[in-house]
Design a protein around this ligand. Structure first.
Ligand code: FE2
Ligand code: FE2
Length: 157
């Protein structure tokens, strides 16, 4: 599996969950809790494999994009902290929906930059064979990835 294809598939999965959240009614607290729990797991695993495998590989293979990678890590930092707050928050809390909205804004911005500005540069610099090898490593790393947002490296930096 090509690394960029794998990451884009993850982005699609998350976007689908965002849409489900937006469609859930105002009072659908239990449903929203379930959707947000899935979002937390998906984004935590995704941020982890990017930070542990894809970002370091891209830093080496596409050094011209280092500034983008550093900015991405800071964006992950914000996202994993929001995820950790959502984990312990009652969906009936008046701040819950607002926090999910800010999460979605952050993630959509981040995904857009990755997919439109950065991935094409990485693909050009690294080539298909290397991207396939990285994709396989990320696929395998998913099983052992943390499900706790603050266990992701960027949470602490
Ligand atoms: Fe990312
Ligand atoms: Fe991503």
């Amino acid at each position: 599996m090509d690394a960029i294809v794998l990451l884009k598939d993850d982005h699609k999965t998350v976007e689908k969950l965002f849409k489900e959240f937006e469609k859930a009614g105002d009072g659908a607290h239990q449903r929203k809790r379930e959707i947000v729990d899935k979002i937390i797991e998906e984004l935590t695993v995704h941020a982890h494999i990017e930070e542990e495998i894809f970002y370091p590989a891209a830093r080496e293979g596409a050094p011209g994009t280092t500034d983008h990678i550093l900015e991405s890590v800071e964006e992950h930092h914000v996202v994993v902290w929001i995820l950790s707050e959502l984990k312990g928050m009652d969906p009936a809390d008046e701040r819950f929906d607002a926090k999910v909205t800010v999460l979605m804004e952050n993630v959509r911005h981040h995904v857009k930059e990755e997919e439109e500005d950065w991935f094409p540069k990485v693909r050009e610099a690294m080539g298909r064979k290397v991207l396939q090898e990285i994709g396989e490593r990320m696929e395998k790393a998913k099983a052992g990835a943390p499900r706790e947002p603050l266990a992701v490296s960027s949470a602490g930096s």
